[in-house]
Design a protein around this ligand. Structure first.
Ligand code: NDP
Ligand code: GDR
Length: 320
C-alpha cells in the first residue's frame, strides 16, 4: 500500500514542493487547508486531482483530530504557520497561536489518533537570531529576535519534549532561508525578483526596501523539502540544520538580480523606513555537516543560480 502523508501548509511555498516530491515517490498525499472565501491553490493548481484535501485549522483542535482520523497518515509534515516575520510584531498573539500553540495542537492530535506516525516540525534559523556562534549548528543556543522566532523556538522545544515525553517519532528541521519562483511576494528575494522584472519591462520605476546589509544563508526550496523527507526516513528521530553554508547580503542579491537584466541596482533601489524591523537578525550561516553525514543531503542549486531562476521566472510571468 502507498505510504500516506498529511501536509499542513500545503498551499504555501514548501507545501507545494513537498507535495510534488512525495507524489513522485508514490505517496498518497492529504493536504490540510483552511477555509477561505477565495481559493489559495495557486501553487498546487497542477496537483489538484492528485491530493485529497481536508479542511482544518491550526486554531481548532477538533478539526486537527478529525484530519488525523481521515488521513491516517504514516508521515505528518507540519509546515503551516504565520511565517512572515514583520507580521509577527503586528499580530504577536495570533502568531503565537498559529506558529507556537499550533504545534502543540498538532502533536497532541497525533498522540491521540496516530501515535505511531512520524512528525516533521518546520523549525527555523530565525531561532538563532542574535547569533551566539558562527556558523550555527544543532547545538548553537537560541536568541530569537521577533515574536515569530520566539514562537518557532517554542515549537522546536515542544517537538523535542513530545519525543522525550511520549516516545513519538517527532523531529525538528532547523531550516535556513529557502526561496523559489513560488516564494510569497512579501519576502525580500521574491520582492526583488518581481521588482527587477517590473523595472526591466517598464512597469515600475523603483524598488523600496529596508535593511539591505542583512545577510542570509539562502538555498532553493526544492532542495530543502527533500531534507524534510529524509529526516523522516531515519531509524531514530533527530533534529537537523539544513543550510548551504554560504551567506550573502540582500545587496548581493540585488547586484546579481539587476545585473542579470543589464541594470545597476543603485539606480532603482530606495531605502524605506517602513521595511525596517524593530529588531533585526544581521547574519545567518548554517553548518549542515550533520545532515550531510547522516542524511546524505546536499543542496543542488547555488545562490547565483537561485537568483537567476527567480528573475527569469518573474520576467516570463510578466510577459517579458
Ligand atoms: P508560507 O507562508 O508560504 O506558507 C504557510 C502555510 O501555512 C500556508 O499554506 C498557509 O495557508 C498555512 N497556514 C497559515 N495559518 C494557518 C492556520 N491557522 N491553519 C492552517 N493553515 C495555516 O510558508 P513557507 O512554505 O515558506 O514555509 C513553510 C514552513 O516552514 C512555515 O512554518 C515557515 O515558518 C517555516 N520555515 C520557512 C522557511 C523558508 O525560508 N521558507 C525557513 C524556515 C522555516 P493559507 O494559504 O491558507 O494562508
Ligand atoms: P526572513 O525573510 O525574515 O529572513 O524570514 P525575509 O525575506 O522577509 O527577510 C530577509 C532579510 O531581508 C531584509 N529586508 C527586507 N525584507 C522584506 N521582507 N522586505 C523588504 O522590503 C526588505 N528589505 C530588507 C529583512 O530585514 C531581512 O533581514 C524568512 C521566512 O521565510 C521565515 O518564515 C523563515 O523562518 C526564515 O526566513 C528562515
Amino acid at each position: 500500500m502507498a505510504p500516506r502523508a498529511l501536509i499542513t501548509g500545503i498551499t504555501g511555498q514548501d507545501g507545494s514542493y513537498l507535495a510534488d516530491f512525495l507524489l513522485d515517490k508514490g505517496y498518497e498525499v492529504f493536504g490540510m487547508v483552511r477555509r477561505s472565501s477565495t481559493e489559495t491553490f495557486g501553487r498546487i493548481d497542477h496537483l489538484l486531482d492528485r491530493i485529497t484535501f481536508i479542511q482544518a485549522d491550526l486554531l481548532d483542535q477538533a478539526s486537527l483530530v478529525q484530519a488525523m482520523e481521515e488521513a491516517r497518515p504514516d508521515e505528518i509534515y507540519n509546515l503551516a504557520a504565520q511565517s512572515f516575520v514583520p507580521t509577527s510584531w503586528r499580530q504577536p498573539v495570533l502568531t503565537g497561536e498559529f506558529t507556537a500553540l499550533g504545534v502543540t495542537r498538532m502533536l497532541d492530535a497525533m498522540r491521540q489518533v496516530v501515535p505511531e506516525a512520524k512528525f516533521y516540525q518546520a523549525s527555523s534559523s530565525e531561532m538563532f537570531g542574535k547569533v551566539r556562534e558562527v556558523p550555527q549548528t544543532e547545538l548553537t543556543p537560541f536568541h530569537p529576535r521577533s515574536p515569530y522566532a520566539v514562537a518557532k523556538t517554542y515549537g522546536h522545544h515542544l517537538t523535542v519534549n513530545y519525543r522525550e515525553s511520549y516516545g513519538l517519532f517527532a523531529v525538528s528541521g532547523i531550516l535556513f532561508n529557502h526561496e523559489s519562483p513560488r516564494r510569497g511576494h512579501e519576502f525580500v528575494t521574491r520582492k526583488i525578483s518581481d521588482g527587477v522584472a517590473r523595472i526591466k519591462l517598464g512597469l515600475a520605476k523603483e524598488l523600496r526596501l529596508g535593511n539591505i546589509d542583512s545577510q542570509r544563508d539562502w538555498g532553493y526550496a526544492g532542495d530543502y523539502v527533500r531534507a524534510m523527507y529524509l529526516m523522516l526516513q531515519q531509524d531514530k528521530p533527530d533534529d537537523f540544520v539544513i543550510a548551504t553554508g554560504r551567506t550573502h547580503s540582500v545587496r548581493d542579491f540585488l547586484e546579481i538580480a539587476f545585473g542579470h537584466v543589464g541594470l545597476n541596482y543603485e539606480d532603482y533601489v530606495k531605502k524605506d523606513p517602513r521595511f525596517m524591523r524593530p529588531a533585526e537578525v544581521d547574519q545567518l550561516i548554517g553548518d549542515s555537516g550533520k545532515a550531510h553525514k547522516a542524511l546524505g543531503w546536499q543542496p543542488t542549486v547555488d545562490f547565483e543560480e537561485l537568483v537567476v531562476m527567480m528573475v527569469d521566472h518573474d520576467l516570463a510571468l510578466l510577459g517579458g
